[in-house]
Design a protein around this ligand. Structure first.
Ligand code: ZN
Length: 504
């Protein structure tokens, strides 16, 4: 059979898999936004049926043979890079699935469900001993998964690679160590500062109906396309792509705090702009997919923090906020509100952390989970190790494990090797923003006038349209013209937060 015909067949099969995957995503979105309580059981049955169907499609022997033939015939010749990427990545994705014994897949799923239930209860009671036996099981399964998935890699790297293809923990550890050297003194200086933002300017009542209109307007203004997406409510906000022209973002509402919904939506819309910017022609194939979790997070963080906490953004956004919330903002100046968006306040809880201390939370989890995977730290020792490190980094001791080692769902859900992608995202975001500002001298002036299209276009050209054709580092290097480093993030934090705290 001719190569082109074979390639078309392979693409059609892979797109069929992606269509089923997008049906799975519809069920997942519905589960988190709409599902009645008593419908959960049947939803579980539906999800399992689809997962099994998907698995069989992936392992279809004919699909494997066609990929193998194409891989052979295309070696060394100069085809379109998107075509080469499609064959190489589909082959890799299928191989990884093949290497996982069905028993392991089932056990990971069932232990994951039980461990997450145990986690809810353990966190409620602040009782580590209820979760520890489940995490023992989960980490044992994850070590087994690592050995099957990529036996040539260190176990932690084999897990990390699933979220951050090409990411290696030794390199990330060095990067994070340099980042710590800059963040720890900044946090100390901020804590000792006598100048602080006046948080009272945000006090007041923000009716949910007004918030809904306001954040929708903001999301639209930065470029989120509501003809190809929706905004809904969820307890744990997320962004999910249900198809090439159907991106769902969610947020939650707090009538006492506008920042919850506003920054939640800027973050999720940042993810959404990436999904909406992926090449739709390549839907279901690697060139139409996101590069990594780190790159995804770079997009959300860029819009949330680097755009949404800038003084120019507030020059545009404040008059709008005044229209929606006239009583709260009657006697307040733009600059006061902008400063209040730069509050730095060490928190026990990662998801409530400010932009400056957030990375310390992530680095701590990265070090601890690596030690658990390698066997240097036992799960019995983990709570004490957590508290010791937390006190060292934040000067605070969690009152109970509920606000310490039990706060995140990740480990119970089997998401080991996932945490570092949050900070990688922040590093990439700072690099991309610095390069965009360099390339587009009027960018910030545009923000003040509510113009964000120039930035979105730049991101689309440099990041979105390349899909999964490169590793994260290579993609960012290509976008900014040199290898990404953590210094851009440190400079950005100091430049933006220093003035709010009177630091020189
Ligand atoms: Zn995110």
């Amino acid at each position: 059979m001719k190569e082109d015909t074979l390639f078309a067949e392979v693409c059609e099969h892979a797109r069929g898999i992606a269509v089923l995957g997008s049906v799975e995503a519809v069920l997942g979105w519905d589960e988190q936004t709409m599902l009645p309580k008593r419908a959960a059981e049947h939803r579980g049955v539906q999800a399992a049926a689809l997962a099994s169907l998907l698995h069989h499609r992936w392992l279809d022997p004919g699909f494997g043979e066609s990929l193998a033939t194409l891989r052979e015939s295309m070696q060394g010749n100069s085809h379109d890079p998107a075509v080469r990427c499609t064959i190489a990545k589909l082959w890799e994705d299928r191989e990884r699935r093949l290497r996982m014994p069905p028993r392991l897949v089932e056990e990971l799923a069932s232990v994951g469900v039980a461990a997450q239930q145990a986690w809810v209860e353990a966190r409620r009671c602040g009782d580590w001993s209820q979760l520890q036996p489940w995490l023992e099981k989960m980490f044992a399964l994850k070590r087994e998964q690592a050995a099957c998935r990529a036996p040539e890699l260190e176990p932690y790297d084999a897990l990390l690679d699933e979220y951050e293809p090409g990411g290696r923990s030794a390199e990330i550890a060095e990067r994070f160590a340099r980042l710590r050297e800059g963040i720890v003194p900044l946090v100390r200086e901020v804590a000792a500062a006598t100048t602080r933002p006046d948080m009272s300017v945000l006090e007041g009542s923000y009716p949910q109906a007004a918030q809904e209109l306001f954040v929708r307007h903001v999301a639209e203004q930065i470029g989120f396309d509501f003809e190809r997406g929706r905004l809904d409510t969820a307890a744990h906000p997320f962004c999910s792509s249900l198809g090439p022209s159907d991106c769902r973002i969610t947020t939650r509402w707090d009538e006492k705090a506008l920042v919850t919904s506003l920054y939640g939506v800027l973050h999720e819309a940042g993810h959404g702009l990436y999904e909406q910017g992926l090449p739709a022609d390549w839907f279901g194939l690697p060139p139409g997919e996101a590069a990594s979790l780190g790159i995804h997070e770079s997009q959300s963080r860029l819009w949330e923090n680097l755009v949404g906490r800038s003084s120019e953004f507030w020059q545009w956004c404040f008059p709008l906020a005044q229209k929606f919330f006239p009583t709260v903002f009657a006697d307040v100046r733009t600059e006061q509100v902008h400063q209040a968006m730069l509050e730095v306040k060490p928190s026990m809880i990662r998801v409530e952390a400010d932009e400056v201390t957030y990375n310390l939370h992530v680095m701590m989890r990265f070090d601890l989970e690596r030690a658990v995977v390698s066997g240097d730290l036992t799960l019995a020792e983990l709570p004490a190790a957590w508290n010791e490190r937390f006190e060292h980094d934040f000067g605070l001791v969690p009152a109970s494990d509920a606000e310490g080692v039990l706060q995140d769902i990740h480990w119970s859900a089997g998401l080991v090797g996932y945490f570092p992608t949050y900070t990688l995202g922040n590093i990439y975001a700072a690099e991309l923003m610095a390069a965009a500002e360099h390339d587009l001298p009027n960018l910030r002036a545009g923000f003040a006038a509510g113009q964000f299209a120039e930035l979105l276009h730049w991101l689309s050209e440099r990041v979105h349209k390349h899909g999964r054709q490169q590793t994260s580092d290579a993609l960012v290097e290509q976008a900014i013209g040199r290898p990404p480093a953590e210094t851009a993030l440190l400079e950005s934090l100091r430049r933006r937060y220093g003035p709010a705290y009177g630091l020189s």
